[in-house]
Write a protein that binds this ligand. Structure first.
Ligand code: 0A1
Ligand code: ZN
Length: 888
């Protein structure tokens, strides 16, 4: 074949035309088709001539044949939107290269070569925010998953590992700070007001971990001494005006470094750790080797501008990216199907870290709340996929709650089954065995099996199968034992009609209600479709406490007496089980009420059981307020949607909302005096008191119930909290409640908030979100007006999410029976797709729930999906999500 001629376009051949991918039908990539790359690229040298509108990149690759593969006489280097200037092989210009779509094919005849490629890119035109782009006058990169190919031609896949030497040069005035991965090895002045820096990263890495930043930045710096006594310089780089809000990030980084040494025996491996905050970013943050790039949202925090939850999020994301240095960077992924290898494990690591920093019980409840709100709906809808997917069209669509959060739960189950110490032996073996490699989930499972001494043969089904298992529970008493009958059902999901049983570890205890005795906890593992376990009784009237600590990501389906649930909510010695009993009580009542299954008498009975359980939560002196605040939250409308849409039954968001509001109102009324004395007590607690955080959480929860039961009083109380607040948690909590009320103070306080924080992008994002999430009857018109406000821009992902992701999560507005909410989100997808497809595609899943909703709304949602699907030239990202949502 003449390699200078572009390969034939299969679309020109009528016989192939049907099978060939068209722009409207991007190809499907399959896990089973993995093949190693035929060339190794041990070294790469990059030269950047930096400019906001034009950046020149010269890349020198040292390539050698991969002896483990069949020899090839060409090398395929991926590209995306690059302007190619020249190609040299072994120092000589060549023109025998060809293009295959966006990719560059270069003929190579010997065992090893040096390829030099010059390209030019325009960072200021890069609205996708993938590759090299301009943000706020600085230049930065995002390469995971396939962004490096937007910088230069390269085998842009995670199993090609190279050491990088990078020289960057640019205007000293525009880019006084020049950063890259690894260590700075040289720097100097250039001509015409330029300067340059040379960086070397000694650790071989895949291209997705490459990063570069150039801009006018200042750092908050601190030294960390590692377990072996090495000093690491840690820097948090931000724009000058943000420097005062970086202490928490730096402290969080130091705490993470220490914790990973103590808990997983992992030490940092460079002398420098840089974190840069950027305002335009598609995700939360990125773990590039030695140079993390962060969304400002997960760096900047001080009490005046960030809530307690924001502080926690900063700590959690800093930890997550830091932990990737071992779980992700030192051991990376062989291919993108293995994403959960690094993400599931790293999420588990950051969750365990936060549990240790802030308390296990509350953190566990928060994590389960997120799993149920984000992952359960995914697992039950048209986008369901296993934590290790089998195929994709666009990998960006698989950075999901399933891969991340369910992935973490799956590894957490291994830890529950082996115990903490043996699990550590498993992870030690994994790090040891695969350090420096691009590994697979299978490698991880085998290392845990060998190191922790577990047999995980059947457990591998958790990696293969999508869908949340449901466990049905029955029991009977036989003499001194309780016979516990468990049955598991895993629902059919797209492409997986039949399921195999999976091992499900459940920490279980049997209490006695009549003598209030608590039974001893045991770990049982349900591994067959149906199984019976004999458990000791603690006394008469046994009450089973199951999935304590939430050991398995499953739905437990059982009918317990209300009295049993009230008993568990008030008495269980596992705090998760207490929370769960209260949730079960509320879910059962709300779903039955919303489905019209309750008589008036049953409603009264149901509400009074919940009121009693709540009373014990509000008045239990032994409870810490952070836990009390958690227990006071009713199940979210999203979770109730999931619980209602089971079997043949469809969800009715209107009824769910009405019933939940009515229950809040009833609780607010019936427990008014308990709520008020709680508020009064919490109001006395100062901001920096160790009990302050819990007090703030409880106060806003009290306002939530007051808003439903006595809106006038709530408006007064919330306005008072807003005016008095010396911190963002109280201020935002008060404003959130005011936003849902039709009171004149609502407008005043929103205005005051806006004026106080004009120019602070992250806080103005909050101003958008609070209004988009509000329970106000005019929320749709308000969101429309907010989009016309001068502060709105579709180019900034944080702003787009602040307005529209919040709105898509507002059941009242999004599910408005008129369909206006659905249309608004479809319009956003269409407007955003040409600019930033990755972010646009994330708005598809709310519409994808149409099959599980009552027929009127279902038709409106489906029609919007069809309207999007009919548009020519959709991105791969949006095309894939819309077509899966319609096919299901
Ligand atoms: N690996 C990162 C997540 C991430 C993925 C893709 C991105 O592209 C825009 C950015 C970040 C993490 O898990 O934190
Ligand atoms: Zn991650």
């Amino acid at each position: 074949m003449d390699i200078a001629t572009p390969p034939t376009n299969p679309n020109d051949n009528p016989e192939l035309a049907d099978a060939a991918p068209t722009p409207h039908d991007p190809p499907v990539i399959r896990r089973e088709d993995y093949k190693p790359f035929p060339w190794l690229v041990p070294e790469i040298e990059l030269h950047f001539d930096l400019g906001l509108e034009a950046t020149r990149v010269v890349s020198k690759l040292t390539v050698a044949r991969n002896a483990k593969t069949k020899p090839q006489d060409t090398i395929k280097l991926e590209g995306d939107g690059l302007e190619l200037l020249s190609v040299k092989v072994d120092g000589e210009p060549v023109n025998n290269w060809s293009m295959e779509g966006d990719d560059l094919i270069v003929p190579l005849s010997s065992e090893a070569h040096e390829i030099e490629i010059a390209t030019e890119i325009d960072p200021s035109a890069n609205t996708q925010l993938m590759g090299l782009y301009a943000s706020n006058g600085m230049l930065c990169t995002q390469c995971e998953a396939e962004g490096f190919r937007r910088i230069t031609f390269f085998p842009d896949r995670p199993d090609v590992l190279s050491t990088y030497r990078v020289r960057m040069e640019g205007s000293k005035q525009q880019f006084p700070i020049l950063l890259c991965n690894g260590n700075k090895v040289a720097e100097g002045e250039g001509d015409n007001g330029t300067h340059w820096a040379e960086w070397h990263d000694p650790w071989p890495k895949p291209s997705y971990l490459f990063a570069l930043v150039a801009g006018d930045l200042v750092a908050n710096s601190g030294l960390f001494t590692t377990m072996s006594g090495r000093e690491v310089e840690c820097n948090i780089w931000v724009r000058k005006e943000d420097l005062a809000r970086t202490d928490h990030a730096l402290e969080s980084l130091h705490r993470s470094m220490k914790w990973d040494e103590e808990t997983f025996g992992r030490e940092y491996d460079l002398d420098l750790y840089n974190i840069v905050a950027v305002s335009d970013f598609n995700m939360g943050a990125m773990e590039n080797k030695g140079l993390n790039v962060f969304n400002t949202k997960y760096v900047l925090a001080d009490p005046d501008t960030a809530t307690d939850a924001d502080f926690d999020a900063v700590e959690g994301v800093i930890a997550h990216e830091y932990f990737h240095n071992w779980s992700g960077n030192r051991i990376t992924c062989r291919d993108w199907f293995q994403l959960s290898l690094k993400e599931g494990f790293t999420v588990l690591r950051d969750q365990l870290f936060s549990q240790d920093m802030r308390g296990e019980a509350v953190k566990r409840i928060e994590d389960v709340r997120i799993l149920r709100a984000a992952q359960f709906p995914e697992d039950a809808g048209p986008l369901a996929h296993p934590i290790r997917p089998d195929s994709y069209r666009e990998i960006s669509n698989f950075y999901t709650a399933t891969v991340y959060n369910k992935g973490a739960e799956v590894i957490r189950m291994m830890r529950a089954m082996s115990g903490v110490e043996r699990f550590r032996e498993g992870t030690d073996l994994y790090f040891d065995r695969h350090d420096g490699e691009a590994a697979t989930c299978e490698d991880f499972i085998t290392a845990i099996e060998d190191g922790a001494g577990l047999d995980l043969s059947q457990f591998r089904n958790w990696y293969r199968q999508a869908g949340t298992p449901t466990i049905s529970v029955r029991h009977e008493v036989e003499g001194e034992t309780l016979k516990l009958h468990l049955k598991q059902d895993i629902p059919a999901t797209p492409g997986q009609p039949e399921k195999q049983p999976m091992p499900i570890p459940l920490r279980t205890a049997v209490h006695s209600r009549s003598n209030q005795a608590l039974g001893e906890e045991q770990l049982i593992v349900l591994s067959e479709d149906e199984q019976t376990f004999d458990l000791p009784l603690a006394g008469p009237d046994p009450v089973v406490s199951i999935n304590r600590g939430y050991t398995a990501p499953v739905i437990v389906n059982r009918t317990l007496d209300r009295a049993d649930l009230v008993f568990l909510a008030a008495r269980d010695d596992d705090s998760f089980a207490r929370y769960e009993a209260l949730q079960e009580l509320a879910v059962a009542y709300l779903v039955e009420a919303a489905s019209g299954e309750l008589t008036e008498g049953e409603r009264v009975e149901g509400r009074s059981a919940i009121t009693e359980a709540f009373r014990s939560i509000l008045t239990d002196d032994a409870l810490d307020d952070t836990m009390r605040g958690e227990l006071m939250m009713l199940p979210s409308e999203t979770y109730l949607f999931e619980a209602m849409a089971t079997g043949e039954r469809k969800a009715d968001p209107g009824a769910i909302h009405a019933e939940r509001e009515a229950l809040k109102a009833a609780l607010g009324r019936d427990l008014a005096s308990e709520f008020h004395s709680l508020y009064d007590r919490c109001e006395e607690v100062a901001f920096d008191d160790p009990a302050g955080r819990g007090a703030r959480k409880v106060k806003t929860q009290v306002l939530v119930y007051a808003a439903a039961s006595d809106p006038a009083k709530a408006a007064e109380l919330a306005a008072h909290q807003f005016d008095k607040a010396d911190n963002m948690t109280d201020r935002q909590g008060a404003l959130m409640v005011l936003c849902g009320l039709d009171a004149p103070v609502r407008t005043d306080k929103l205005k005051a908030f806006y004026e106080r924080y004009t120019g602070n992008a992250l806080v103005i994002d909050k101003w958008y979100t609070l209004q988009a999430l509000s329970l106000h009857p005019d929320v749709i018109a308000q969101v429309e007006a907010l989009a016309d406000h001068p502060d709105f821009t579709i180019k900034n992902p944080n702003r787009v999410r602040a307005l529209y992701m919040a709105f898509a999560g507002n059941p009242l507005g999004f599910h408005d029976a008129s369909g206006r909410g659905y249309k608004m989100i479809a319009d956003v997808i269409l407007a955003l797709d040409p600019l930033n497809p990755q972010t646009a595609a994330r708005f598809v899943s709310p519409l994808g729930k149409w099959r599980r909703i009552e027929p009127g709304r279902a038709a409106l949602m489906k029609a919007e999906l069809e309207r999007i699907a009919a548009v020519d030239g959709l991105s791969r990202d949006t095309f894939e999500q819309v077509s899966r949502s319609l096919d299901g």
